[in-house]
Design a binder for this molecule. Structure first.
Ligand code: SF4
Length: 90
């Protein structure tokens, strides 16, 4: 019988996807400072994603990205129109 996965509006680390969450945390930590979102901005972006109907098991249903990776790059923005969080220029 196939495993039934629970659908949730949550980040990977909250979705019981510990192994993938660890891989993504390593990826984010390895981003160059010139592209990585500052920690406070990163948390703020993820807080917004956490209230969004498009978030499903850590993935944005509009772009297909893991939000923990998309939010980690300050030059990217939320794909919603209008975006719920925007590119950071500084
Ligand atoms: S639409 Fe924007 S706010 Fe919603 S999950 Fe995707 S990136 Fe996050």
């Amino acid at each position: 019988m196939a495993e039934v996965r629970r659908q949730c509006r949550c980040l990977l680390k909250e979705a019981g996807e510990a192994e993938m969450a660890a891989i993504i945390a390593d990826y984010v930590a390895g981003l160059d400072d010139s592209v990585r979102t500052a920690e406070d901005d990163y948390r703020a972006r993820l807080a917004v994603c956490g209230t969004c109907d498009q978030l499903m098991n850590g993935t944005c249903r509009l772009c297909g990205c893991y939000v923990e990776t998309r939010a980690a790059k300050r030059g990217l923005s939320c794909p919603m129109v209008p975006p719920r969080w925007t590119k950071i220029d500084h």
